[in-house]
Ligand binder design. Structure first.
Ligand code: PLP
Length: 350
């Protein structure tokens, strides 16, 4: 099939960009994917060029936060092929959000088509293997329309834009890259609210706690559970992980986002390394019994935490070589550098 004229004619075309120097910043790429839901059906507009969106001023996404987003990466393997990582998980999480926000689900096949088309269209922006950068994909879901009442929209836009990115936390992963985090006095999400879905409002309310943590010299804030302020929930926009003895532990809570990275790391830990893993409530005071701490997410990948501060308490952790094993296995699976026993890689090129 002939490619539409607006795609790069040759996938081997390159862009003049030093991928190894990128931070986690927006860089406008030429193409985005868009679909519109109206009159009860999704209609794929396909690849569009305009990075500016025009929305009716009454749109629900603008007034009532009827909006969702996802974050994923496409990465180039040593063989030059390009892979996304478990994209169906992101499609399912977005649809869990759509149900919560009372909008229509995005059919999984449409979501996957968007991921494939937008990555292919922007192929020269997929960083080379080994550059430490990746193509970040940002699916988004917006309730739009001419509206003023507090009610869900009748029309929706599903769009995916992409941007090549470097590490989320400066320095990325490494034995000399421990991060310090502070327990926040703020809550991220309500006990029975929207914390488990990726709705923009959860993130707007993390700006103040995040800014306070950064002003105090930490990379991010740790949130505790909003009922008792006792159990660990999230580390900024990443999930928490820690080793207590042999076991890899991660918090269980209804108000945290189910991180695709975290569930994958747990499966790697038990399935590949045979380590015990457990998802359970983790009291912040239990951190004194932990031998190692880390946080993880698509953007952050895996970052080891060297210190957690909570009021006048401070817990410190050395770099644990098990983080390196987990990191190497995860990134190896994601980029095609090693076997993928779980079938998680989703090939986009070829
Ligand atoms: C609040 C929050 N927790 C955790 C994560 C990590 O999730 P994932 O591994 O699916 O990127 C993210 C990022 O998406 C997030 O925003």
């Amino acid at each position: 099939m002939e490619k539409p004229r607006y795609y790069f004619v040759d996938d081997r075309e390159t862009v003049n960009l030093d991928f190894s120097k990128l931070g986690f910043d927006y860089l406008a790429c030429p193409y985005r994917f868009e679909a519109v839901f109206e009159f009860g059906v999704w209609r794929a507009r396909g690849i569009v060029e305009d990075k500016t969106m025009q929305l009716p001023e009454g749109s629900q996404c603008l007034h009532y936060g009827q909006q969702l987003f996802e974050g994923m990466k496409a990465q180039r393997g040593p063989d030059g092929r390009v892979y996304a990582f478990r994209p169906r998980e992101n499609a399912r999480r977005m649809n869990q959000g759509a149900r919560y926000l009372q909008g229509p689900e995005v059919p999984e096949e449409l979501f996957l088509r968007g991921i494939e088309e937008v990555t292919r269209a922007n192929m020269p922006y997929v960083p080379p293997h080994g550059s430490g950068a990746a193509l970040y994909l940002r699916p988004m879901y917006l309730g739009v329309g001419d509206n003023v009442g507090v009610k869900p929209a009748a029309k929706y836009i599903f769009r995916i834009f992409v941007s090549p990115v470097g590490p989320y936390y400066r320095g990325g992963f490494g034995p000399d890259q421990g991060k310090s985090v502070v327990v926040s006095r703020y809550d991220r999400a309500a006990p029975h609210g929207s914390g488990h879905v990726k709705a923009g409002g959860n993130y707007a309310s993390s700006f103040l706690p995040g800014a306070e943590a950064k002003e105090a010299g930490f990379v991010d804030a740790i949130y505790l559970d909003p009922i008792e302020h006792r159990y660990i929930e999230e580390v900024g926009a990443a999930n928490f992980l820690g080793f207590k003895g042999d076991a890899l532990l991660t918090p269980k809570s209804a108000s945290i986002l189910r991180s695709v990275t975290r569930v994958s790391l747990l499966e790697i830990a038990s399935g590949i390394f045979g380590w015990p893993t457990e998802e359970r409530k983790i009291a912040v005071d239990e951190l004194g019994d932990f031998g190692a701490a880390a946080c993880c997410g698509t953007a952050a990948v895996l970052c080891w935490i060297k210190a957690v501060v909570h009021g006048d308490k401070r817990w410190e952790y050395p770099f644990d070589p098990r983080w390196q094993e987990l990191y190497d296995a995860l990134v190896g699976i994601q980029t095609g550098g090693r076997d993928d026993p779980f079938g998680w890689r989703y090939e986009i090129s070829g």
